[in-house]
Design a protein around this ligand. Structure first.
Ligand SMILES: Cc1cc2nc3c(=O)[nH]c(=O)nc-3n(C[C@H](O)[C@H](O)[C@H](O)COP(=O)(O)OP(=O)(O)OC[C@H]3O[C@@H](n4cnc5c(N)ncnc54)[C@H](O)[C@@H]3O)c2cc1C
Length: 395
């Protein structure tokens, strides 16, 4: 039996596994010839991009609902090692899984640097568990004595995740009966410095409309249970610090005998094959893929989902000497949620604003609640159809 192993069940891993199952079906083969197995730390497909929202009830999809109908096996386990020479992965429980082809799709994590108190007292919205921990903490504070620190949330990192979290929190806190104070801190000179000059005024206006204070050009010196100190010397009384600064690819990339970029990603070719490692593909946040002649993929579900579908198609095609499909995506958009102030939608790599307010918010809601979801019908044909290596039109 030929073994295809996929590590991870996020946006890249899920679609790689379904894309492989679809290609197998297309070639008239079955799971009796090729076993496709997803190894993932959680038995879920998490809609990670929604972790800044208040209601996460629709953000965890059991893998059984989306992989069983497609004939894809899944094992809940943490992969701890990859031996590319022996084509074998090892797990925390001591099992090994040999593969003929591997798709690495173990994603990324926010990096909490070695700032005193940060790892002990800091929160994040990086994972479902992290976001739920933050929710419970905010509820506990709302149920306790009303102090300035209890009402104050400091968000560190004014990139996309930090801005979305900051814009969402004031009304989330109000819904808990708290009169909120939300402060967004960044060491850069501007909020949303990656978003470009066109979107920045829209973001600044939205932060102001949502009542979010900003501190730019400063970093965090130390975090404690009831507050934090900034490099400027300012002390903020805050029982909640949410760390949203800096992403890094899964440390599994360090097991491969190749160079990594500054985000820890491995380079893949147009077919999602890891350059320099035989029998291995990579997709999503672990991989740096060329999206066009000038741009490399961004850590995003926008790129991770098509990378997964193409990796799945190609991993099976490669096994049976069929032509591979090159992935190129001719468009790039950013749709940033700005809470009650709407959203901002930009097009192009220089991020020119094309819509904002309620219009952009409607697009964001369609993305977050429909566009990025797999079919939940438990139908094999629906799932395989959704895994076709076609590029979606821009939202
Ligand atoms: C709050 C937030 C908002 C975001 N908003 C946007 C947005 O608006 N638009 C956008 O395009 N992107 C957004 N992103 C980024 C997006 O979520 C990621 O780029 C995307 O999730 C990457 O997909 P992935 O499949 O590569 O990794 P992930 O979704 O992180 O999935 C990784 C998978 O690997 C598994 N895994 C990890 N390590 C191991 C291991 N050792 N063993 C076994 N399994 C393992 C995990 O359990 C998981 O199933 C946002 C991220 C956050 C946190």
């Amino acid at each position: 039996m030929i073994q295809v192993v996929v590590i991870g069940s996020g946006f890249a891993g899920l679609w790689a596994a379904l894309g492989a199952a679809r290609r197998l079906d297309e070639l008239g083969l079955t799971e009796r010839t090729v076993a496709i197995t997803v190894l993932s730390a959680e038995p879920f497909h998490d809609i990670r991009v929604r972790n800044y929202e208040a209601d996460l009830s629709a953000c965890r999809i059991p893998l059984a609902d989306v992989l069983d109908p497609a004939g894809v096996a899944h094992i809940t386990t943490e992969v701890t090692g990859i031996d590319a020479d022996c084509r074998r992965v090892t797990t925390a429980s001591g099992e090994t899984h040999d593969y003929d082809r591997l798709v690495l799709a173990s994603g990324s994590r926010v990096v909490k640097p070695d700032i005193p108190g940060l790892r002990e007292f800091g929160f994040d919205v990086d994972t479902y568990d992290g976001a739920m921990r933050l929710q419970h903490h905010l509820q506990e504070l709302a149920d306790g004595p009303a102090t300035p620190a209890a009402a104050t949330v400091v968000i560190v990192g004014a990139g996309l995740t930090g801005i979305e979290t900051a814009c969402e929190l004031p009304h989330r806190l109000r819904a808990l009966g708290v009169t909120p104070r939300v402060v967004l801190v960044d060491h850069n000179a501007f909020v949303g410095s990656d978003m470009g000059a066109s979107a920045r005024p829209v973001i600044e206006q939205a932060l102001s409309d949502n009542g979010v204070e900003t501190r730019t050009g400063v970093s965090v010196a130390a975090v404690g249970r009831g507050g934090l100190s900034l490099s400027s010397g300012e002390q903020l009384a805050a029982a909640t610090v949410v760390w949203c600064a800096g992403m890094r690819a899964s440390s599994l990339t360090e097991h491969l005998p190749v160079d990594r970029d500054r985000l820890g990603r491995v380079e893949v070719d147009d077919y999602l094959r890891v350059i320099g490692v035989p029998a291995m593909f990579a997709a999503g946040d672990v991989a740096a893929a060329r999206m066009d002649d000038e741009h490399v993929s961004v850590m995003s579900c926008q790129h991770g989902r098509p990378m997964g579908r193409y990796a799945g198609y190609n991993v099976i095609s490669d096994l049976f000497d069929q032509p591979l499909l090159a992935l190129r995506i001719p468009w790039y958009v950013t749709v940033l949620d700005l809470g009650p102030a709407g959203a901002v939608y930009t097009e192009g790599w220089d991020r020119m604003v094309v819509s904002r307010g309620v219009e952009a918010k409607a697009t964001k809601q369609t993305i977050n609640t429909r566009r990025i979801y797999p079919p939940l019908t438990r139908s094999r044909s629906d799932l395989l159809a959704a895994a076709a290596p076609d590029l979606q039109a821009r939202p």
